[in-house]
Design a protein around this ligand. Sequence first.
Ligand code: CA
Length: 330
Amino acid sequence: MRDNPIQPTVDFDADGVQHGFLKVPYSGDDSAWGAVMIPVTVVRNGEGPTALLTGANHGDEYEGPIALWCLATELNAEAISGRVIIVPAMNYPAFRAGKRTSSIDGGNMNRVFPGDPDGTITQIVADYFSRTLLPLADYVIDIHSGGKTMKFAPFGAAHVLDDKEQQARCVAAVEAFNAPYSMMLLEHEPVHLYDTAAENQGKVFVGTELGGGGSTDATTAGIAKRGISNVLMHAGILPGKPERMPSANVDTMDPRCFITSEHSGLLEMCNNLGDEVKEGDLIGVIHDTERTGAPPVEYRSKVDGIFMGRHYPCLIKPGDFLAVIALKVD
Ligand code: CA
């Protein structure tokens, strides 16, 4: 495989604070010998663990970019032991366009891992993370939220792994992140996720879904900021003890947790995110938008649990994610 064409303008092995770019060669109509300049900050102070922190893996999810732009500005090298690598907007073309996927190649960053140095721009960035940045890291935090089409009750997430010792380290880091919910998450298509690339390299990986709807608020941005600091403390990169707030453990290991729409129409949610629901409870109804007078189609929970995630726009169609109900774990 050829070398990745991305050139960093920072030295990942130098002590101190460096603000620079991952320079991705890109020849387009607006810039013939141009490059996409992805902002990156590296903060290093001697030996110690490395944390790799990313936001906007999907470009319309904003808690990560907000928390990481703040951290990049505020973090002093003297404050840490080890190294923090911050890429606030991983799919930078998508982020600049306010879109989930890249405005250049349509690439969905979290569906192209491990990437390809000979591929399109999204695949080239994924390959750079797979072969250059992930190998530098011990702890990996990737801050997601629902984007324009989903909204979640805020949770940190780990996955079931073959290596149970690694799984336990991931769960401990997610609990240190200390979102209102800590989730054992079932992924439907794990193969090409950034999560999977990090986990396959033995890293401690923390994922999140912190809000959504294509925006953010003070609460969810605050959860991201506090959670990242908490994991840096948990890793021993920042001094101090993680701040503990009340948090519930949940999982979605039962496929019945997920509800997919089979109808088009106007979605009316019948519960709010964070509500406790029972099997058989009405989650939402879909009104027929082509006529009045027809009874709406009812969607009911198939499990007892917490209403954790929903389709965000009020118009829905067959195949759309409608809701996820998470199971409570003692
Ligand atoms: Ca996402």
